[in-house]
Design a protein around this ligand. Sequence first.
Ligand SMILES: *Cc1c(COP(=O)(O)O)cnc(C)c1O
Length: 849
Amino acid sequence: MLTSSPAAKKESVVIRKRSKSAECTLPPLGMNAETLCQDSQHYLFRSLGVPVAEAATDKIARSVYTALGMALRDRLVERWNQSEERRTEMRGKRAFYLSLEFLLGRSLNNTLLNLGLEEAAETALASQGWELAELAEKEADAGLGNGGLGRLAACFLDSCASLALPVTGYGIRYAYGMFRQEIHHGEQVEEPDHWLKNGYPWEIKRPERVRRIPYGGHSEVYIDAAGKNRFRWVDTHDVLAVPYDIPIPGYANDVVNTLRLWRAAATDVFDLGEFNAGAYPEAVAAKNAAEHISMVLYPNDSSENGKELRLRQQYFLASASLQDVLADWVAKHGEKFSHFAEQHVFQLNDTHPSISVAELMRLLIDEHGLDWNAAWKITSSTMAYTNHTLLPEALERWPVRLFRQLLPRVLEIIYEINARFLREVARTHPGDSGLLSRVSLIEEGPDPMVRMANLAVVGSFSVNGVAALHTELLCRELFHDFYQLWPERFNNKTNGVTPRRWLQSANPELCKLISGKIGSDWQQDLAGLQTLSPFADDSRFRKSWAKVRAANKAALFDIISEQTGVAMIPGALLDTQVKRIHEYKRQLLNALHVVHLYDRIKRGDLEGFTPRNVLFAGKAAPGYFMAKRIIRFINEIARTINADPDTDGLLRVVFLPDYRVSLMEKICTATDLSEQISTAGKEASGTGNMKFMMNGALTIGTLDGANIEIREAVGAEHFFLFGLNAEEVAHLRAQYQPQHFIDADQDLERVLQLIRSGYFNPYDFGLFDCLLDAVLSPHDPWMVLADFTSYKQKQQEVAGLWRDQDEWLRFSIRNTAASGIFSSDRTIREYNADIWHLTPLVAEGASLG
Ligand SMILES: *Cc1c(COP(=O)(O)O)cnc(C)c1O
């Protein structure tokens, strides 16, 4: 099947065998429809064993997808090896992105786009009777993350590879990712996500790089050969970490980086004693316990879970990844670490992997013989920490007692870091015991706790927030004491999203239209979209713009109808709020507004009423009662409203189940109005807002997170701003009286009365009282009612603008044109310029100069 032309032979890889006989050469893989077709058929018939005579029916569609994936992986691996060779030659600094979550979504279309093989694959499949779009749907999402934080990690990997930066991702290969959400009788039901069930063609197992992770046991002192006091961690129950590598291709640059995910496995000699004692089933059960570590992703977004297994996972990731990096170093340089810090940087994605600070100390001191000061110098100049939230309930703390039992040696090191740190603070701030107790890594009390955020800040040379306001609030509030100690450590890196997945791959027709007007340079640098702005005034262009968006909307409405049975109003405004369900994100505010629109219809107040489709989607943490009740509420109002003939042609409401990356790819290209309505000061950045803007949606939002920067970029006149700002929220909190806001707005009063009357829950009296009680409480942390009136008025403005389609389309085009700075390429350039300082890989044949 593989032919070798003379030209191909010149560049081919030569594998020298030890025997004198044959020299076997590998010609480069073809990058066209014909070779792709041959290779995918090879895998389909010869590896997957599909009978050659099998007709092209849906029965084998998944196998056809897998075979194509295998053929593409070969091409990725080819470039992967070349990239790794070039990185080794360059001997430059490398960065490692440590994250408990990578919300990758699907890989097929992204791989085709980045390798430039989209057309080739379409042709290759067509010759076998298949459609690419149809096969792409066979791929399960790799849902190894909860939401924004995990998706950010995935966007960053894409940008690092596209900018040719030597960055490796490290994470956990959960057997079960984010649960699949079903809705039964209006309620969320969680189903396990067995995403590996049908195989995963995008990874390669690396058994030769397995690592050993200790748990339990105790720490003891001993005197080494040189007469030095040393510590060792003994009587441990070890678990193996087995790496699986996923190639991460850059866009059109032949660079392939690595995402290395660890799977937990029992050691070979696992409880041999029990085997020998005849307790075979017990030993096998214990083996299972070891493997539990990478079994399931914790489905909590923006809240800590506090479970022992979660701490095990965090340590598993930190230890395996750091051992992996150190092993490579030692293989090349022996036990000499003087230049290690110049060559490495570890970016910690939130506090989840912050135990890395202590673990790197342990490995350097206990395993590699460094003294404390040398180890601390290396650790504190290679660790960098990204904070993702100001919500107190999300700040991780672990009971000291749990730590002592699970990771006794690591706890000793944390105590030592703390003692040295507090001694230094006491010296520079004598007599300030309040400061000492606030910055301490240990929260004292009857059940002392380890504060993971403080560990991360103390151990890192860089601490960043993820949007301008968020970083400002970090410095002013959450980390104020640390900011006073080390202002130079703090910096902002406003989030971004990769335009490859979220614009090019998700919205190919819009991209064609854009490139038809301004050329395709914007695909290399998204800031180039700016030149699209003047075409907002070109009526023919607006018409084409509207046409593409209408087609996307019709496609999404088909999916909605198929999944939920709800027929959306064709052509009407699509108003979308999709994200994790959380009180601070205020889906409830949106739902109250929907009830208000319904109330208007029922009382015949239709002057200036604009027909509207309201779309909700998102998962609630399984243990988050209020979030789940909000889902129920949305489903009940949707059911009532959609069933009422008075609403026909005026209002449709739907909750689309199982929000995930592949669904968002369809939602963001079809949405007219993006809802970003969190209580000001609570959303760190948001990235859903950026995906919508890129695809031409207008935003209704508060001054929160990256909304502020979105509004600045597109211009205040093109952004629907409402509500209190962060300062006003903080100021109002002490004297918040929801009743004042009800008294001032009869519409709001009617909405609350309608809900209280049981109109939406005739068979389940009192079902939504808990929601009403929450928003009526003066202690409502999210101050839902404070912003209702302003939100309602702004929605009226939205409706007014929608009636002027020409003007709406101008706004839409200008939103896309201004979205360039929200490319994660811009974000990663900033990480590299300010924190990492990596040299991009020189493209083959190109020079650095
Ligand atoms: C982008 C994205 C998010 C983050 O959305 P926010 O609105 O910023 O919270 C969460 N989940 C998925 C699947 C996403 O694609």
